[in-house]
Ligand binder design. Sequence first.
Ligand SMILES: N[C@@H](CCC(=O)N[C@@H](CS)C(=O)NCC(=O)O)C(=O)O
Length: 230
Amino acid sequence: MAIQLFELVGQDDRRFSPYCWRTRMALEHKELAYETVPVRFTDKDLISFSEQERVPVIRDGDTVVSDSWAIAEYLETEYPNAPSLFGGATGQGLAKFLNVWTDRTLHLALIKLVIADIQDHLDPADRQYFIESRSARFGKLPAEVQNRSAEDIKAFRSAISTLRAAMEGQDFLSGNAPAYGDYIVFGAFAWARAISDYPLLKNDDPVYVWRDRMFDMFDGMPLKAVGYDI
Ligand SMILES: N[C@@H](CCC(=O)N[C@@H](CS)C(=O)NCC(=O)O)C(=O)O
């Protein structure tokens, strides 16, 4: 039976969760059969079987796993003969660092540039929940957070410069072939593309070139998802 992936959805079937993108790419990498179940922020009942309130969640037969990192570890352990997500224990250890850096640095820099765009692309049923929960987190409305100040743009560029330096001399963050570390970072760009037409990168930026390569993976599956042509 195919693995079920419960993932966040917005207006027009936009899949905009960076964490769900990590899991989607991991399932593709592992060449596993899966089907996605769209979940809105306010559809908490759809994932109540996972005994927590966030996506991604996967159901693989009788096994339920939530949290993108835990899912990646589960898939790697459960399907050892499928292509490896980490390339061994050392790679797994280093990917964990990238997971934390992306969550804490890249995502924080990015969300300030696109948070009102997220709000504008939500299913109407989710808007009030999003405004209230995010205003509580940031201390102001999403529309006020997203003012793209020089300081916020600088913070994002600084995160990108780290990625650019890491990519020098290699096609992917994981070396000469993509692996889970690439999917962690790629999730941020797949998220942005789903809901925002703001040009985060110049077309000749090596990070943009890498991003394009990632969008072309798996027969262009990420590019076929609803999003902006940026
Ligand atoms: N550490 C978790 C984070 C998951 C997460 O925060 N997911 C968001 C969607 S991007 C969510 O489900 N939020 C629910 C909410 O805000 O109510 C992971 O890596 O999966």
